[in-house]
Ligand binder design. Structure first.
Ligand code: CTP
Ligand code: CA
Length: 218
């Protein structure tokens, strides 16, 4: 279904992409969610497949069609996403675009009832999937994180680059109102420095990132 088939710049490469939010259940009918649309991650998976890569897209709950030529695994929670990512290794590159919930709560077996009053939720930290990949014996050759930041965009991204042992952080300035929108303002942060991109549609961000990845892992 994809134009370049097995002859593009990423032919023979396995690319792992996470996308969308995670949902963390509270009880059988309720979840804790976030506003990630999955659009940027899906655009990256599409561009990678069009460049000839074998693509594994691990997606949280989103309402988006699977891009042509992409192998998709649907998950709900951060723990499920972590297990799916680790199960999909090895990969030549991993691009972690998902907005993974930082915490989950102890799940009630039955529906919490209003009459009992506001529940006291017991919180637990979720696994940091990107950081686990950074230290994994099968660490992908190129490890790319995303960071949506409202302030100190580049400083925060540099901190994440080091803490998570990533190669690149694609820092996304969300000080405007871009969650769910069609454009992104990117600062690509790596050990080599910072590359500031102009405001671009998510499809163009995906295209440019995949071109850079192809150069890097060729
Ligand atoms: N990430 C991950 N697993 C998590 C949290 C984040 O894999 N449990 C990944 C994201 O997919 C992204 C990168 O780490 O590629 C940065 O996510 P972000 O939420 O910005 O970083 P945090 O370390 O969670 O910091 P904070 O939310 O406090 O800014
Ligand atoms: Ca976070």
């Amino acid at each position: 279904a994809d134009a370049k088939g097995e002859s593009g710049p990423l032919a023979g490469k396995h690319i792992l992409v996470t996308a969308g939010p995670t949902h963390e259940p509270i009880d059988p009918v309720r979840v804790i969610a976030n506003r990630s649309s999955g659009k940027q991650g899906f655009a990256i998976a599409r561009a990678a497949a069009a460049a000839g890569a074998r693509v594994t897209l691990i997606a949280g709950p989103v309402s988006l069609p699977t891009p042509p030529g992409v192998g998709r695994i649907d998950v709900e929670t951060a723990v499920q996403m972590r297990d799916a990512v680790m199960g999909a290794l090895p990969a030549d590159a991993a691009i972690m675009v998902a907005a993974v919930a930082d915490w989950r709560v102890e799940v009630a077996d039955s529906k919490l009832k209003k009459g009992k009053g506001p529940p006291a939720l017991e919180w637990h930290a979720n696994p940091d999937i990107l950081a686990e990949l950074g230290e994994h014996p099968d660490r992908p050759g190129l490890l790319v994180g995303f960071a949506a930041e409202t302030n100190d965009v580049v400083t925060n991204a540099k901190g994440k680059l080091e803490r998570k042992k990533a190669d690149w952080i694609v820092a996304n300035d969300v000080s405007g109102n871009v969650m769910g929108g069609d454009n992104n303002r990117i600062h690509l942060v790596s050990a080599d420095g910072v590359d500031d991109w102009e405001d671009l549609p998510k499809s163009a961000v995906a295209q440019r990132l995949i071109e850079k990845i192809a150069e890097s892992i060729a």
